[in-house]
Design a protein around this ligand. Structure first.
Ligand code: ATP
Length: 493
């Protein structure tokens, strides 16, 4: 598994992710996506939206506002239940999530070794005195308070007056925007069950212990689906909600592996009864093998009819669907696949990262799926002293950039330019050289061909400039490298 610090440093060095407000010392829990990070993130969201919303006949999209009527959060149960148990150290005043203390390495002053200080791995006892942790894991000295419930919602005020009547919250999940629009979508689209509403957007949680880079932050983005089903229907002898729950679990898992996660780095976790949220009949998490251990990448919950019923109760509006067959109004059950964009991005980065040895030299490469790669094509001149080579390269970049993210770089020698592109996962490089443009002083016109190099195999082919768009359409929107490369002569690497 790639260590987290290797990814954090690559992200900063190459412009994927920067610490928020870094020049002021940073915030510790917020991150900014740089030039490559924003492309990667947009690609993840675009592919998710295309696959789960646009290409399916049973889905539509929504973009609800972040600030909502305060009663939404009362009805959803977030005001009363969206809490984590928090403990404080009486000495160093550090705060921890009570349920995470046991999973932390802990500081220990060992009496058996004249009070020497040790850091002991999570859950283990001291090798010298056999003691187990009872005090603060951070300072090793203070007692921890009894757990108190801490609400994770960010409170704010709507309007110019800071008074109780204007209190509202930054949404802690995008889901509620979908539930409160259920009837609007139903009326405007004339949908029949089963159907789903997808949404991508920011969510905010005042996490007690944010950390592990972009894994747990206070501001993050979610890609959520609420898939409404008829609870009275049976499919293959099972209630429709249970059938659809299993289908969504399988589809989500397949989606992550299709775009690059190794199948053995993803596994399912079934929530035990006491782990289930108050609204859930069954929840299954997709866990990813992050550097800090198996952790949640996304959750797929059967939220039953809880949310629609709650909003109907608090708003006084009917939130039902009319079943023509049975001639009855019913409240649909809902299956909710909910993924974090930032956690997905971190998992895709970790899984794509490879260190390889090529001709005795270390090569770092991000083997991104080409749909996720931030830059698809890098146009590189072999000699930047020759104006015809530079002009042809810049012209090619402009042409290709109409359809794909393409960059031009001439700030180093070719070997280094390739390394730089490998390190950010660019699937294809196009090299313009002397043979392409010929030598006008000698009356040579050049062969008007360029070299395309593929990132993973490092194979190179020679392709006529006139065919570049066609070739990249095949490579990036159709077949793979082997098929396309077979049609062109190999170039020497
Ligand atoms: P956790 O147990 O890790 O706090 P959760 O079970 O509270 O997560 P959900 O409420 O199921 O998370 O949210 C759905 C998804 O949103 C998560 O699977 C995760 O990908 C993402 N997510 C939730 N909280 C955060 C956060 N603080 N930072 C980044 N992503 C988050």
């Amino acid at each position: 598994m790639t260590p987290m610090d290797v990814i954090v440093s690559l992200c900063k060095r190459r412009g994927f992710v920067f610490q928020s407000s870094e020049i002021y010392g940073g915030t510790g829990s917020c991150w900014d996506y740089g030039p490559l990070g924003v492309e990667l993130k947009n690609n993840i969201k675009r592919v998710w939206w295309r696959d789960f919303v646009q290409q399916r006949g049973d889905m539509v999209g929504l973009d609800a506002s972040i600030l909502m009527h305060a009663t939404v959060w009362k009805a959803s149960g977030h005001v009363d239940n969206f809490t984590d148990p928090m403990v404080d150290c009486r000495e160093c005043k550090h705060r921890f999530r009570a349920d995470q203390v046991a999973e932390m390495a802990w500081m220990h002053y060992c009496e058996a070794t004249k009070g020497n200080k040790f850091t002991i791995p999570a859950g283990e006892a001291c090798r010298h005195c056999g003691a187990r942790r009872t005090l603060c894991p951070e300072c090793g000295k203070g007692q921890l308070t009894a757990p108190r419930q801490f609400n994770l919602m960010f409170k704010t005020f709507m309007g110019p007056v800071e008074e109780d009547a204007s209190v509202t919250y930054l949404r802690p999940e995008t889901a509620q925007g979908i539930f409160v629009n259920f009837d609007n979508v139903l009326q405007s689209t004339r949908r029949k069950l089963p159907f789903g509403i997808g949404q991508i957007g920011k969510a905010f949680r005042n996490e007690i212990t944010p950390g592990n880079f972009i894994f747990r932050t206070r501001e993050f983005e979610q890609m959520e689906i609420e898939f409404f089903v008829n609870p009275h229907e049976t499919i293959d002898g099972r209630p429709a909600d249970e059938h659809w729950h299993d289908r969504w679990i399988a589809e989500c898992q397949a989606w992550f592996t299709r775009y690059g996660l190794q199948p053995d780095h993803v596994k399912l976790h079934e929530h035990a009864g006491d782990e289930l949220a108050h609204y859930s009949k069954r929840t299954v998490d997709l866990l990813y093998h992050f550097p800090m251990g198996w952790s949640e990448l996304m959750g797929i919950a059967n939220r039953t009819d809880y949310d629609l019923k709650q909003h109907a109760k608090f708003s006084g509006k009917s939130l039902t669907w009319f079943d023509e067959e049975r001639k009855e109004h019913l409240v649909p059950f809902v299956i909710e696949p909910s993924a974090g964009v930032d956690r997905a991005l971190l998992a895709f980065l970790l899984d794509a990262y490879r260190e390889e040895e090529v001709r005795g030299e270390k090569r770092v490469v991000l083997r991104f799926h080409s749909e996720l790669a931030p830059v698809k094509i890098a146009v590189l001149p072999l000699l930047k002293k020759r104006p015809e080579i530079v002009a042809t390269g810049q012209d090619l970049r402009a042409r290709l950039a109409r359809r794909w993210v393409a960059i031009y770089d001439d700030t180093a020698a070719i070997g280094r330019l390739y390394r730089r592109q490998d390190e950010v996962g660019t699937p294809y490089c196009v090299t313009v050289d002397v043979k392409t443009v010929g030598d006008p002083d000698k009356g040579e016109v050049g062969d008007q061909r360029v070299t395309i190099r593929e990132r993973d195999s490092m194979q190179q082919i020679r392709v006529p400039i006139a065919e570049l768009e066609k070739v990249f359409a095949s490579l990036l929107e159709g077949g793979g490298w082997a098929e396309v490369a077979a049609a062109y002569p190999r170039a020497e690497s």
